[in-house]
Design a protein. Structure first.
Length: 423
């Protein structure tokens, strides 16, 4: 029976490890000792795996999940699955550091005949050009002779309790036809939605990176539409609702594009395209437009304050939500911070409230101190930036300074009679 080691126990790795642990002996490895400790107590701060499910796989005598930060423990595995983040740097260039370090970790324990599968999102060619040479260098083994590789891109949607790991069709690939079949069968054993065996690792890598690039471009299109319709004094939401009555109209909505995938993956594809001499136009244009939406929201909000005869300097403004998406604690690459930065540039006093986000994590990552609760303070303006379910129940009037206070609904979820403006 195969023994699985999942390297990286974040939003991607933990749900995958838990699913494998139902059928295989599974070792979950993470360099964050605090994270490992909380998981071994049955608590997942990402809220992707509930307590009961996590405890059930931790308590198994055969098979089951064992979480550790000790590198020596993963030597027992023969299949290694790497699920570490692949972020971008401050210049929007791919940062493969976590991937390289994870490859070094696996390389130090690699044995003859082992298989290393990558799930982290990368540009086409990264597995064979960047990761495998690291495995060879550290282990001293020869690729496709002593060890083998596969690539099966993650399709985790943070906060989504319907489309969970086993219910999302999985793309698989391997470094030889035989290994490709083995990798495919491995995932078939846990993925009830089925698998799609790609003809090569590069094809699987490319498929993943264009999934989110396509979504990014479509959102950029409706963001641009919202700018145009705003100038024409037309309700964007009403336009999209009308257009959506056609059977093949794609139901995208304007908004902020952040997170670990949609706001990042297009840069991976663009980087690789530029390396081979092609300058991508649509991909980067979409990125520029989406990256500018936070500033656009803030500027339009300021215009509404001016129309209401509100003094801008020292105006009190409340931003509702800082996570990158609704009903989820994930703050990675959130673009709400762009709204906050722009507002503070005008001398506005900004409070940020988010019942889902972890306060210390927000402070450490962005230098923003969240308010713990909405008390008796009143605001000249309110921006609903994230569509958390709690905000639908919020009494907006109770936190407005007066009837002239501005309410800007970025997510278009509030009743029209409660808001001043929206995208």
């Amino acid at each position: 029976m195969d023994k699985i080691a999942v390297i990286g126990l974040g939003y991607v790795g933990l749900p995958l490890a838990v699913e494998f642990a139902k059928f295989y002996t599974t070792i979950g490895f993470d360099i964050n000792k605090e994270r490992v400790s909380e998981l071994n107590k049955g608590h997942d701060c990402t809220l992707e795996v509930d307590h009961e499910l996590l405890v059930s796989v931790l308590d198994k005598q055969d098979k089951g999940l064992f979480c550790t930060y000790e590198e020596s423990e993963i030597k027992k595995a023969n299949i290694y699955i790497i699920t570490v983040p692949t972020p971008i740097d401050n210049n929007n260039r791919p940062d493969l550091t976590p991937l390289i370090k994870a490859s070094e970790t696996v390389g130090r324990v690699l044995k003859d005949g082992d298989i290393v599968i990558y799930e982290s999102t990368v540009y086409p060619g990264a597995t064979e050009e960047e990761c495998i040479p690291v495995l060879e260098r550290v282990s001293g083994f020869v690729y496709n002779k002593d060890f083998y590789c596969g690539y099966s891109p993650e399709r985790i949607n943070p906060g989504d309790k319907e489309h969970t790991v086993s219910k999302i069709l999985k793309v698989t690939s391997g470094s030889t036809p035989e290994i490709a079949q083995k990798v495919d069968e491995l995932y078939k054993s846990i993925i009830t939605a089925g698998t799609h065996l790609a003809p090569s690792i590069k094809v699987a890598e490319a498929a993943k990176v264009i999934e989110n690039s396509q979504r990014d471009i479509n959102i950029a299109f409706v963001n641009e539409l919202s700018k145009i319709f705003n100038l024409l004094d037309i309700d964007t939401e009403a336009v999209l609702e009308a257009a959506g009555t056609k059977w093949n109209f794609l139901p995208f909505k304007p908004g902020l594009v952040g997170g670990h995938c949609i706001g990042v993956d297009p840069y991976y594809l663009a980087q690789k395209a530029q390396e081979v001499g092609y300058h991508p136009e649509i991909i980067l244009a979409g990125r520029r437009l989406n990256d500018g939406m936070g500033a656009y929201v803030a500027k339009n909000f300021i215009k509404e304050l001016i129309k209401a005869d509100c003094k801008i300097k020292d105006a009190n403004v409340l931003v509702l939500g800082i996570t990158f998406k609704e009903n989820c604690p994930d703050i990675r690459n959130t673009r709400v911070v762009d709204i906050i930065d722009e507002l503070e540039g005008y001398g506005v006093n900004v409070d940020v409230y988010d019942p889902w986000a972890e306060m210390n994590e927000v402070k450490e990552e962005y230098g923003i101190r969240l308010i713990e609760q909405l008390d008796n303070k009143r605001y000249n303006g309110i921006i609903l930036a994230v569509a958390h379910q709690e905000f639908l129940k919020l009494n907006i009037d109770s936190i407005k300074m007066d009837a002239s206070s501005i309410v800007f609904d970025v997510k278009a979820i509030l009743p029209k009679n409660q808001i001043t403006a929206r995208l």
